[in-house]
Design a protein around this ligand. Structure first.
Ligand code: GRF
Length: 211
């Protein structure tokens, strides 16, 4: 059984997609062991509770410094015996200490086709604003392993989404979530749970072809 620790900061629609896919049997041998937010008001915590999953807030505000905050987060993941950490709209950078504790065992969903519109400063609506500003015709989402950089880890899955003429950052964000994020994040977890993924340097090799 693959035990997930899902880290969230906001509405939790990606978390919901994971919970629904587990419930529907699309991600076998996997359970959500714990959901952790840095933000006590995150609606994602309600979604976790509604699904009967332990929902915990670990906020930097409750710790004397960043290191103590990071240590508390790591200890909680270990306490729940998490095998795979899923960053599902988590707006806190993951420190080296946690990356090293979970080598190729942390994945993130990013709302663009990496290496475009990623790295420091590209999060949430800012990504979609930059896409519209640059005028690209195609954007999308990427699931990747987390390494010590920002959006630099090996890429697992990507899905393209068309940019429409009259898009606003909000309409584009919604389309990228519906058509890409909510599909490829659960799919990546399914592949990892099935041991269908091998990481070779910066490249991910997927053994199952029915993705
Ligand atoms: C998603 O667009 C995700 O890619 C981004 O933050 C958003 C989170 O949405 N980094 P939600 O909390 O899963 O609804």
């Amino acid at each position: 059984m693959l035990r997930l620790g899902v880290l969230v900061s906001g509405g939790g629609t990606n978390l919901q997609a994971i919970l629904d896919n587990i419930h529907d049997g699309n991600i076998p041998d996997t359970e959500a062991a714990v959901v952790i937010s840095n933000n006590a008001g995150a609606y994602a915590l309600e979604r976790a509770k509604n699904a009967g999953v332990p929902a915990i807030c670990i906020s930097p505000k409750d710790y004397p410094d960043r290191e103590a905050f990071h240590r508390a987060l790591l200890e909680k993941l270990q306490e729940y015996k998490v095998d795979l950490v899923v960053l599902a709209g988590y707006l806190v950078a993951i420190p080296a200490m946690i990356v090293q504790a979970f080598p190729n065992r942390i994945i993130n969903i990013h709302p663009s086709l990496i290496p475009s519109f990623c790295g420091k400063g590209y999060y949430g609506l800012k990504v979609h604003e930059a896409v519209l500003e640059r005028g690209v015709r195609v954007t999308g989402a990427t699931v990747h392993f987390v390494d010590e950089g920002t959006d630099t880890g090996p890429i697992i899955l990507q899905k393209a989404v068309a940019v429409e003429q009259d898009d606003t950052p909000q309409t584009l964000q919604r389309r990228v979530m519906e058509k890409a994020e909510w599909k490829i994040l659960p799919m990546a977890i399914r592949l990892i749970a099935a041991d269908a993924i091998t990481v070779s340097g910066r490249r991910v090799i997927i053994k199952e072809q029915n993705t």
